[in-house]
Design a protein around this ligand. Structure first.
Ligand code: BDR
Ligand code: CA
Length: 304
């Protein structure tokens, strides 16, 4: 079983990832949700995270607000595909879930240090909170169980620029701090998530399901799918539930954070020659059984 902190910027696919985690209590204990500016502003992502937990009736799970901007830039770019407010134009009432009274970075540090070797960190937005936590507490990486993240594109083009995937592009310096931290890393970049795309029949299936959650999620996803049909972030959670749905390769990964056309690009050193003594630091997931991933999502959203 995985004890996770979901560090997110909901965002429609983040919302699906959160619901999927809630729908898998046998595999995942969600100890807290932390928010980071990314797809939309910090106020919007925090309101959305609280609203989603409220929708699921999980007022027991705390939400902590994190960084409102990347490390080195005054503001980050936003991802318009998530619609007005970030949840595909769906508005949720956050009031049932109070906002935690400390910063996300401090919640991450305190939780990890109080549970050495037990916490899996799941960043599915820009890595700003993760990097700041690592800078503030240098022992953080060695006290984590692992980091399973959505970000980067090692073997395929980016989505923000030809070189860079959105989460890495928003805060490449933070991404580089994370990948060079020494923590055990599993990467879900566009190499794999781009292949996890839904079709209309799948949305129709969700819409026809009973309960409030599946049809609400289907409405969000249909708005989002007009700009981006990929379920990026839920792959991270699906892996924790059933890693046999995926496969990948081992590499040394680093992130280009120098100004230029490759700003935010993730680079994979695959051969010993290229690694030249550098240790493998990451498993890069490259393949998914996307039909099975969608079945899993539908089944688990339906259980909520
Ligand atoms: C990533 O960018 C965001 O728009 C999604 O939520 C996902 O985390 C995909 O590049
Ligand atoms: Ca995200």
């Amino acid at each position: 079983k995985h004890k996770i902190i979901l560090d997110c910027d909901p965002g429609v696919d983040d919302a699906v990832a959160l619901m999927l985690a809630l729908g898998a209590p046998e595999s995942i204990e969600l100890v807290g949700v932390t928010t980071v500016a990314g797809n939309v502003s910090i106020d919007d992502v925090t309101r959305n995270a609280r609203g989603l937990l409220a929708l699921a009736g999980r007022t027991d799970i705390p939400v902590y607000q994190g960084c409102s901007r990347p490390l080195m830039k005054a503001t980050g770019p936003r991802a318009s595909v998530h619609g007005e407010g970030g949840l595909g134009n769906v508005r949720l009432d956050p009031t049932a879930v109070p906002l935690g009274d400390k910063h996300a970075v401090d919640f991450i540090i305190e939780t990890v240090m109080a549970n050495p070797g037990e916490i899996t960190l799941c960043p599915i937005g820009p890595m700003t909170n993760v990097a700041l936590a690592m800078v503030k507490e240098p022992r953080l990486a060695e006290n984590l169980r692992e980091i399973v993240f959505m970000g980067g594109a090692a073997f395929s083009p980016g989505n923000s620029t030809p070189a860079a995937e959105f989460n890495f592009y928003v805060d490449p310096h933070a991404a580089q701090i994370m990948v060079s931290s020494g923590a055990k890393l599993t990467m879900f970049g566009l190499d794999v998530t781009r292949n996890v795309t839904a079709d209309q029949s799948w949305y129709a299936q969700l819409e026809a399901m009973r309960g409030e959650i599946p049809p609400t999620m289907a409405r969000m996803m249909q708005v989002y799918a007009k700009g981006d049909p990929c379920m990026h972030d839920p792959c991270v959670i699906a892996w924790l539930i059933d890693s046999s749905l995926f496969s990948g390769v081992d590499a040394y990964v680093e992130v280009d954070h120098s100004a230029g056309i490759s700003f935010g690009r993730s680079l994979a050193y695959m051969t010993e020659k290229h690694r030249a003594g550098r240790d493998i630091n990451c498993k890069i997931i490259t393949q998914a059984d996307s039909v099975a991933v969608f079945d899993l999502i539908a089944q688990r959203l339906g259980s909520l």
